[in-house]
Design a protein around this ligand. Structure first.
Ligand code: AMP
Length: 401
C-alpha cells in the first residue's frame, strides 16, 4: 500500500478529502482552526513533491441544498494564510467551474472545492457523483478521519476509481497508527479509562476493550449503573436501569478474561445537577436519597492513578465527572494529570472520542499526551472494533475492481 512517504506526487493532481468543518462566527470568520491546521502537513508534502492539491470537504449540515452561510470560501481564504500560498476556489464541487479550475491547476497550486454536502449525492454515497469528483484528480488522498465512519461519496465510494492511486493523508495515518498502538499489539500493561454519561453509548467500546486491555477503569455517570448492578445505593444519580444486566455481563466478562476492573468506591455527591448545588462526599454505593454522584471521590482517584502509573499503554475516552461544572471537575483533572505523568515516564497515551479531548485541552495537558484524536464519532466506532468504511476503502484492493 502507498503512503505519504512512498508516494511521489510530482506532476500529479491530488484530490484530497479533508475535514474543513471548522467553527465560524456570523461573519464567516474561523473561530477555531484546529482542523484546518491539521491538514497542512499533507498539503505541504503534495506541493513539495511538485504536485497540486484539490481539497474537498463538508461544512455544517446543509442537508443537500446550497446554503451560502455554509460556504467553504472563507475557510479557503483562512487556509491560504496557514499554507502561505494563494488558494483558488471553485463555486461548486463538481460541474464546469470545478472541472475548468482543476484542469488548469499547475504544480504547487491549491484549489478548494465548494461544500460537498450542497449535493444530496454526497451523503447518499452516489456512484455517479463520486465518479464526477474522481475525474478532477489523478490520485485520491483521504485525510478526513472525522468522517471515516461514513460511507459517503467523497470518503469511501470515490476510492474505487483510484485502484492504484489511493492513500491515507498524514493526519489519517497518525490516527490509524495511534489506535494500532493501543488495540493492535500494545505494550503491557494496557489500561483503558472509559467515562462519560451513559453506558448505552459505550457498551460496544467496553466489550471490545475487555478483549485487549489488562485493566479497565470506569468512571463518570456510567459508573453509577455498575455500582447499582452490584447492589449499591445510587440515590438520584444518573442510572440506566435497563442496562443493569448488561453491566453485570461486562463485569463477568472482565473477570473471565482476567481484566482488572476498577469501579469508583467513593463519590462527590450533590443535591442538584447544578454548579451551585450543595455538595458532600460519600461511598459510591451509599449515595443518600435525593443526592447524585457527579464526580469520583479521592479514594477512587488514588486507585485509578495507581493503575494509570503502572501502565505502559493508556487509552482514555470520556470524563470522570461533570467536568463542565467546577465543583465536579477534580476527578477528570486528576486522571488527565495522571495520564500526562505516565506519558512523561514513557507510556503511550491516546485520548480520543469527544469530551475527554475537550478536557485535556481545557486543562492545558494536550501536549503531554502521546496522541489526541481529532475524530469524535469516528474514534468511538474505531474503538468499538468496527471497520470504518473510509479506512477500508483505501486498504481494500478487492473493492477497487
Ligand atoms: P459522553 O458524551 O458520553 O462521553 O459523556 C460526556 C458527559 O458526561 C459530560 O457532559 C459530563 O458532564 C457527563 N457526565 C460525566 N459524569 C457524570 C455524572 N456522574 N453524572 C451525570 N453526567 C456525567
Amino acid at each position: 500500500m502507498q503512503t505519504m512517504n512512498t508516494y511521489s506526487f510530482a506532476g500529479k493532481k491530488a484530490l484530497v478529502r479533508v475535514d474543513l468543518n471548522v467553527p465560524q462566527d456570523a461573519n464567516g470568520i474561523v473561530t477555531d482552526d484546529t482542523r484546518a491546521r491539521a491538514i497542512v502537513p499533507t498539503v505541504q508534502k503534495i506541493l513539495k513533491d511538485g504536485g497540486s492539491a484539490i481539497l474537498m470537504s463538508h461544512l455544517g449540515r446543509p442537508k443537500g441544498k446550497v446554503n451560502p452561510a455554509m460556504s467553504l470560501k472563507p475557510v479557503a481564504e483562512h487556509l491560504s494564510d496557514l499554507l502561505g500560498v494563494p488558494v483558488q476556489f471553485a463555486t461548486d464541487c463538481v460541474g464546469p467551474d470545478a472541472t475548468a479550475k482543476a484542469a488548469a491547476l499547475k504544480p504547487g497550486e491549491v484549489l478548494v472545492l465548494e461544500n460537498l454536502r450542497f449535493h444530496p449525492e454526497e451523503e447518499a454515497g452516489d456512484e455517479a457523483f463520486s465518479r464526477s469528483l474522481s475525474e478532477l484528480g489523478d490520485v485520491f488522498v483521504n485525510d478526513a478521519f472525522g468522517t471515516a465512519h461514513r460511507a459517503h461519496a467523497s470518503t469511501t465510494v470515490i476510492a474505487k476509481f483510484f485502484p492504484d492511486d489511493k492513500l491515507f493523508g498524514s493526519l489519517m495515518q497518525a490516527e490509524i497508527d495511534s489506535v494500532g498502538k493501543v488495540l493492535g499489539n500494545p505494550q503491557r500493561p494496557m489500561t483503558a479509562i472509559v467515562g462519560g454519561s451513559k453506558v448505552s453509548s459505550k457498551i460496544d467500546v467496553l466489550r471490545n476493550l475487555i478483549g485487549t486491555c489488562d485493566e479497565l477503569i470506569i468512571g463518570g455517570g456510567m459508573a453509577n449503573t455498575f455500582v447499582k448492578a452490584q447492589g449499591g445505593q445510587t440515590g438520584a444519580s444518573l442510572v440506566e436501569d435497563d442496562l443493569l444486566d448488561t453491566a453485570r455481563t461486562i463485569i463477568h466478562e472482565a473477570a473471565q478474561k482476567g481484566v482488572k476492573l476498577h469501579i469508583p468506591t467513593d463519590a462527590v455527591v450533590a443535591d442538584a445537577f447544578a454548579e451551585n448545588a450543595n455538595t458532600d462526599h460519600c461511598a459510591a454505593d451509599a449515595v443518600p436519597d435525593g443526592w447524585m454522584a457527579l464526580d469520583i471521590g479521592p479514594k477512587s482517584i488514588g486507585g485509578f492513578q495507581a493503575a494509570i502509573h503502572r501502565s505502559r499503554t493508556l487509552l482514555w475516552n470520556g470524563p470522570m465527572g461533570v467536568f463542565e461544572m467546577k465543583p465536579f471537575q477534580l476527578g477528570t483533572i486528576a486522571i488527565a494529570e495522571a495520564v500526562a505523568e505516565a506519558t512523561d515516564k514513557g507510556a503511550f497515551s491516546l485520548v480520543g472520542g469527544g469530551d475527554s479531548v475537550a478536557a485535556v485541552n481545557q486543562f492545558g495537558l494536550a501536549s503531554r499526551i502521546s496522541y489526541v484524536s481529532t475524530g469524535g464519532g469516528a474514534m468511538l466506532e474505531y474503538l468499538e472494533g468496527k471497520v470504518l468504511p473510509g479506512i477500508a476503502a483505501i486498504q481494500d484492493r478487492a473493492s477497487s475492481n
